[in-house]
Design a protein around this ligand. Structure first.
Ligand code: FMN
Length: 355
């Protein structure tokens, strides 16, 4: 059997194969609500045989949205449509997961196809919050440095969104600690200039990540797996490092994180990244080996042979695909064929005559 089509057991959940749909913002919500677009978009990828289907970054509070069109879980009313999506994904044999997120200083921007620049409150946006009042770029808003009670509020918002994730029926949560959003902003000394308990040394900068993980784990049933996505390096001198990621991964695992999803970058706009195929795989390999935690590899993984090699070589336990999944929602079905294991395809009975 191809490694890509071996099941992956995390706590009581068995994912039918090692192919995951990486979180992808659709910028298609109003007031945080999921709708038909999300059902069809995520549902197609479950029909296409992916083992794990993760939602896009789902905001735990309204001001934690990247744009006004982001998906959210900050109120109970968001649960109903998401639970419909979960039912569909799970009925198709996929495990359903939600990525819980807070955009921090990257909040209140226009959607990418409208330029992605900061939208000030006067133009219908809102004031972003961050560890320190340093903007991401000259195109984004300057955030307000969070007061201590606001830090505690964010931790409570993650816990409340976790309760709603349980209510919706999700079986996986991924905590979005990457890509220059709020938690990553606390981790990196480039965006965190605080001098209180949440800034300064490594222990202070990782404190919010640990507090959120603890609060989420307390609400998330023991039988269900918890994932965390890290930007394993800022790719800039003086920024967050791979060594720090290894140590944080160890700490997260001790707090009940079952798998670390190894991405990188996006904290500052000026980082120079040589993004060749599989360029982030070494991060997954190193964290898996040194932190003793399962990992996911992500980033410019597009061919079945490449994904198979990552698993075979022990670089990661799971492969996440984003853009390849947009090009081909049936990527997993096609991969099974290409790797010579047509029996591993999870073909919907309705479609059997085509395969
Ligand atoms: C349209 C789009 C939206 C994305 N939105 C998110 C997101 O909501 N959360 C996240 O962690 N990463 C997001 N990403 C990053 C992807 O999950 C992935 O890490 C990145 O695209 C690299 O993988 P790829 O080369 O397979 O596309 C997004 C990527 C794309 C292309």
């Amino acid at each position: 059997m191809a490694h890509l089509f071996e099941p992956l057991a995390l706590r009581s959940v068995t994912i039918s194969n090692r192919v995951a749909v990486s979180p992808m913002c659709e910028y298609s919500s109003d007031d945080g609500f999921a709708n038909d677009w999300h059902l069809v978009h995520l549902g197609s990828r479950a029909v296409g045989g992916a083992g794990l289907v993760l939602t896009e970054a789902t905001a735990v509070e309204a001001r934690g949205r990247i744009s006004a069109r982001d998906l959210g879980l900050w109120k109970d009313a968001h649960v109903e449509f998401l639970s419909r999506i979960v039912r569909f994904l799970e009925a198709r044999g996929a495990v359903s997961g939600v990525q819980l997120a807070h955009a921090g200083r990257k909040a209140s921007t226009a959607v990418p196809w409208e330029g992605g620049a900061g939208v000030p409150p006067a133009a219908g946006g809102w004031e972003p919050i961050a560890p320190s009042a340093i903007p991401f770029s000259e195109r984004t808003l300057t955030p307000r440095a969070m007061a201590l009670d606001e830090v505690a509020e964010v931790v409570r918002a993650f816990a409340a969104a976790t309760r709603r994730s349980v209510a919706a029926g999700f079986r996986v949560i991924e905590l979005h600690f990457a890509h220059g959003y709020l938690v990553h902003e606390f981790l990196s000394p480039l965006s965190n200039r605080r001098q209180d308990a949440y800034g300064g040394g490594f222990e202070q900068r990782i404190r919010l990540a640990l507090e959120i993980t603890r609060a989420v784990r307390a609400e998330w049933p023991d039988r269900l797996p918890l994932l965390a996505r890290l930007s394993c390096t800022d790719w800039v001198e003086g920024g967050w490092t791979l060594e720090e990621s290894v140590e944080l991964a160890r700490r997260l695992a001790a707090e009940g994180v079952d798998l670390v999803d190894c991405s990188s970058g996006a904290l500052v706009p000026y980082a120079r990244i040589d993004a060749v195929p599989g360029y982030q795989v070494p991060f997954a390999r190193r964290i898996r080996a040194e932190a003793g935690v399962s990992t996911a590899a992500v980033g410019l993984i597009s061919t079945p042979a490449q994904a198979e090699a990552i698993l075979r070589d022990g670089d990661a336990d799971l492969v996440m695909l984003a853009r390849a999944m947009l090009r081909d929602p049936y990527w997993a079905l096609h991969a099974a064929e290409e790797l010579g294991h047509p029996e591993a395809r999870r073909i919907p009975v309705q479609y059997l005559r085509a395969f």
